[in-house]
Design a protein around this ligand. Structure first.
Ligand SMILES: Cc1cc2nc3c(=O)[nH]c(=O)nc-3n(C[C@H](O)[C@H](O)[C@H](O)COP(=O)(O)O)c2cc1C
Length: 404
């Protein structure tokens, strides 16, 4: 969802080589419907001319603090009050230090002090400058004060170095800014998400598992966090980094996952079960490693606990969202599964379709609830996750209204 139309964005540009990328950022912001005012430091003007931003934003560019003509127009306090958001991109090491100190030595730092708008900072600098203890301390202090630090990225740098310090791409910054306007969709709610596969031991070295990579569950965890939720991510074995600000609990088997979910359920407002939990576990796991032989081998399997069914059967349960992987008749099967397990919503993947479902980075989903449905067209799992979180938050609130 685009929250930017009509939003007043003060874009601060400071003196870094990435200033040229903010011209593209200005264009994207305007295209998304935002009202953009660019404020440049003297350093920034050495890299790109104000005229560039003026042409792209359609508004005069502000750069002088002690200037009577500028003050006679939109003065610095007025500009500070005008902004819904202040986005500083690129943010130089020097500017970050000034912001941390609470300086008011130039127009941009003064505006940051004088404004109550949320501030988002996109650092861009040489990797050594970024990893310098002083910069890290400055950034940590800003984060503590609630300033959002976006990035930086790791990669090749203009100076020839490689490392952390590249400014996030304009499209990513746009996305972050957009989300900052939607960030309270799940504000203050506790959300538990299960992700990844489980492993059921056959012997000491072999197990039964499935193709789940955990990517969808991890993307949902990130999106829920961005939407203001306190997120607990219960995950089977995957090779994915824990998204920032999330409590991660690692489990291996279906039994451990079930136990973990049930133990913590009482505190949760929403449960999203995206894990591909094994349906069967070997009845007897062999001690040690099973020796190879020419004989046929049968493994007896016992059904595992169906976590979502168990939760659905509880009288006092969180808002519950399940997942289904279907090959055909998606709507009929998914709705049937949702009803039989007493879940509030179900998100169905069509398996066997290229670029969708397990292992890949993209997905499409059909979401069903008692009296509605929504299709999410094929997109990167990050985007699908954000859209899914929007739908869940809407239905959760509707459901709360019904139960109030
Ligand atoms: C060619 C060149 C590129 C620079 N690139 C960066 C940069 O990417 N990030 C940074 O923090 N400083 C960079 N600097 C240093 C800043 O421009 C310098 O610290 C300046 O005082 C920043 O001013 P400002 O924070 O008021 O914009 C660069 C300097 C030069 C000469």
């Amino acid at each position: 969802m685009n929250f930017l139309p009509g939003k007043r964005v003060l874009l601060g540009v400071t003196g870094g080589i990435a200033a040229y990328k903010s011209a593209e950022l200005t264009r994207l912001l305007v295209k998304a419907g935002a009202d953009v005012r660019v404020v440049m430091t003297d350093g920034a003007k050495a890299f790109v001319t104000p005229l560039t931003y003026q042409a792209l934003s359609g508004n005069p560019v502000h750069h002088e603090l002690l200037d009577e003509t500028a003050e006679a127009g939109m003065g610095h306090i007025e500009l500070a009050k005008w902004a819904d958001r202040i986005l500083i991109a690129p943010a130089s090491a020097n500017f970050i230090a000034r912001l941390r100190q609470g300086m008011a030595s130039d127009l941009l730092s003064t505006l940051c002090l004088a404004s109550s708008a949320p501030i988002l900072v996109a650092p861009a600098m040489n990797q050594q400058m970024w990893s310098n203890a002083q910069t890290q301390e400055n950034v940590a202090s800003l984060e503590q004060r609630g300033i959002h630090i976006l990035g930086p990225d790791i990669g090749d740098q203009a100076c020839g170095d490689f490392g952390a310090g590249r400014m996030l791409e304009p499209a990513d910054l746009l996305q972050h800014l957009n989300l900052s306007f939607s960030s309270q969709l799940l504000g203050g709610l506790n959300v538990m998400i299960t992700a990844g596969p489980t492993r059921e031991a056959i012997d000491a070295v072999r197990f039964i598992s499935n193709r789940s990579s955990g990517k969808m569950g991890f993307a949902i965890a990130s999106a829920a966090r961005e939407a203001g939720a306190n997120v607990t991510l219960v995950t089977g074995p995957v090779s994915l980094q824990t998204p920032e600000g999330i409590t991660r609990i690692n489990v291996e088997t279906a039994e451990q996952m079930g136990q973990c979910v049930l133990d913590q359920l009482a505190d949760q407002h929403i449960l999203i079960g995206s894990a591909a939990v094994a349906d069967y576990v070997p009845s007897n796991s062999f001690q040690g490693k099973l020796k190879k032989s020419s004989q046929q081998l049968s493994i007896e399997l016992t059904p595992t606990l169906d976590i979502m069914r168990e939760v659905g059967g509880m009288t006092d349960r969180p808002f519950t969202v399940g997942f289904a992987a279907e090959t055909d008749n998606i709507k009929t099967y998914a709705q049937e599964k949702r009803r039989s397990k007493n879940m509030d919503m179900i998100a169905a993947n069509q398996v066997g379709v290229p670029e969708s479902g397990f292992e890949v980075d993209t997905n499409s989903l059909d979401i069903y609830w008692a009296n509605g449905e929504q299709h999410l067209a094929l997109a990167h799992k990050t985007k699908i996750a954000r859209q899914l979180v929007e739908v869940i938050s809407r239905q959760y609130r509707e459901n709360q209204g019904d139960n109030a």
